[in-house]
Design a protein around this ligand. Structure first.
Ligand code: RB5
Length: 151
């Protein structure tokens, strides 16, 4: 398993801690920046990591900013990406089981490092349930492809 990791300056410290956590778990990752606390624009870094997942260079993405919100918006604009902002363990589990999320987003000012590590462990070890949820994922793809949905 290979993980794409990225953050803006607002979550540089969380990203560094996440990298250490992944190293301790023996999980391979690529760091797509940023590389200091100097102010940067989060869409660039979210785009790089999300694109690595969309292009199957990485299996999952962990992308962070101050809130988790901006990077999730940016990541979700990359075709094939289902990014979820998570703030507790249940969300990290359910977004894998039901949404087949391939990117988890977190905010450095929202979650503790310990909670971030627990959410990452759950996210990376929980399988998609498929079944009726696959039908709904297919509808997300339809939206992505500009198809007009009806009810
Ligand atoms: C940066 O100041 C901040 O806006 C960014 O980290 C992120 O939280 C945006 O959604």
């Amino acid at each position: 398993m290979k993980i794409a990791v990225a953050a803006d300056h607002g979550a540089f410290e969380l990203k560094e801690a996440v990298k250490k956590h992944l190293e301790e778990k023996g999980i391979e990752f690529t760091d797509y920046g940023c590389f200091s606390k100097e102010s940067v624009d989060y869409p660039r870094y979210a785009y790089l990591a999300a694109s690595a997942v969309a292009e199957k260079e990485c299996d999952f993405g962990i992308i962070c900013c101050t809130t988790g919100l901006g990077v999730s918006m940016a990541a979700n604009k990359v075709k094939g990406i289902r990014a979820a902002v998570c703030t507790n363990e249940m969300l990290a589990e359910m977004t894998r089981r039901h949404n087949n999320a391939n990117v988890i987003c977190m905010g450095q000012n929202v979650v503790s490092q310990e909670l971030a590590f627990r959410m990452i462990d759950i996210f990376l070890s929980t399988d998609f349930e498929g079944g009726r949820h696959q039908r709904r994922i297919n509808l997300l793809t339809d939206i992505e492809n500009g198809k007009k949905l009806t009810v």
